[in-house]
Design a protein around this ligand. Structure first.
Ligand code: PLP
Length: 388
């Protein structure tokens, strides 16, 4: 029997990390000592208090049954408390907080709740690829908003044609940004809310990196902007601040109709997050903010090493106080794909070519600071030996 994939799968580019992983495994099989600076997975363990809370909860049969679809009331209340303390706005835990199986799950499912076939979704480029694939799965059309260095990698809202603004139902934003590491200001968020309310557009703000900041920088929540609660759903993650990528837990917060719509999709496709994991998430939220910040210091040191190293080699690096990504321009005359191939072939270094995040990422590359500092030093040393 011939098994045919649905047409929607052919509309997707190959999943970025899958392709990079294939190339990496090929090189490893040839015995190359690979330095992998491509994937955004923290290399440090989950805090002990979180692991212990998860272990204790797992041993308790009360947690072995189907969890609540929206997430445990206790966790939603803790999320609302944490959010108020960290950013200011008050959330109703009952209607304005939804627990997710990692923020990726919510990001991917959101379009199924609000996008009909043919609807337009404004997606940044370069960007986390799931905004694109979620739109395609819902039958929506992507309108790319290029993120350019001259605009601080924030979309130029004035450049969106009136017709596209009229047809758009959702706009994706993500600050601090992956892959560019760019920060956004409160004023930029306010301009986006004003634009969204004027045009009847839902804003989905991916806030996966708000807690991964350094040098005293505190990233704002999009919900701090005036009017944002009318049109915004914001996605938060436990993955990066608490090194919990494998646990799969996150949350969506914001406008109650948006929370309810996403919740309706989810109640039809999943049955919530394992309660032991939710109890571990509760323990994570109880970790004092200074301790979380101290845990991030390791990335600040790695960033310094890499930024200094690349700059000494004459490469241009985007200045940033957030995320664990370094976004840098390719050496002159090389496309992102050519540069990535040379790095792998000549230095055994795996990075992510900027064009893998969308056409506007061409000319740039991303280093993920998820390798120990000495490996990152070795990476700079090897790049330094290349003929640039
Ligand atoms: N959003 C962005 C911008 C990311 O970079 C990632 C993971 O790398 C996610 C969302 C997904 O995070 P989670 O582990 O919460 O699903």
């Amino acid at each position: 029997m011939e098994i045919k994939l649905a047409r929607r799968l052919s509309l997707l580019p190959p999943y970025l990390f899958k392709e990079i992983d294939r190339l990496r495994r090929e090189a490893l099989a040839k015995g190359v000592d690979i330095i992998n600076a491509s994937i955004g997975d923290p290399d440090r363990p989950t805090p002990q208090a979180v692991v212990e809370a998860g272990q204790a909860a797992m041993a308790d049969p009360a947690n072995h049954q189907y969890p609540s679809y929206q997430g445990m009331a206790e966790l939603r209340a803790a999320v609302a408390d944490w959010f108020k303390g960290r950013f200011g706005p008050e959330l109703d835990p009952e209607s304005e907080v939804l627990i997710l199986i990692g923020s990726k799950e919510g990001v991917a499912h959101l379009p199924l709740a609000f996008i009909d076939p043919g609807d337009l979704v404004l997606c940044p480029s370069p960007a986390y690829p799931v905004y694109f694939s979620g739109t395609v799965f819902a039958g929506g059309e992507v309108w790319e908003m290029p993120l350019l260095p001259e605009n601080g990698f924030f979309p130029d809202l004035k450049a969106i044609p009136a017709e596209a603004a009229r047809r758009a139902k959702v706009m994706w934003l993500n600050y601090p940004n992956n892959p560019t590491s760019a920060e956004a200001t409160y004023d930029q968020f306010q301009a986006a809310v004003d634009f969204a309310l004027e045009n009847g557009i839902i804003i989905c703000h991916d806030a996966a990196y708000t807690e991964m900041t350094f040098d005293g920088y505190k990233a704002p929540s999009f919900l701090e902007a005036r009017g944002a609660m009318e049109c915004t759903l914001e996605f938060h993650s436990f993955s990066k601040p608490f090194q919990m990528t494998g646990w799969r837990v996150g949350m969506a917060v914001g406008n109650r109709e948006l929370v309810a719509g996403l919740g309706q999709v989810k109640s039809n496709v999943d049955s919530g997050v394992f309660q032991a994991v939710q109890k571990a998430a509760l323990a994570a939220l109880a970790i004092p903010a200074e301790e979380v910040a101290a845990g991030q210091a390791v990335y600040r040191r790695r960033r310094e090493t890499v930024v200094k190293g690349l700059e000494q080699l004459g490469l241009e690096v985007w200045p940033s106080r957030a995320t664990f990504y370094v976004w840098a321009r390719n050496p002159a005359g090389l496309s992102s794909a050519q540069w990535a191939a040379r790095l792998l072939g000549e230095a055994g270094v795996v990075i992510t070519p900027g064009n893998g995040f969308g056409t506007a990422g061409e000319g740039w590359f991303r280093i993920a600071l998820s390798a120990p500092e000495e490996r990152l030093e070795e990476m700079i040393h090897r790049i330094g030996k290349m003929d640039l």
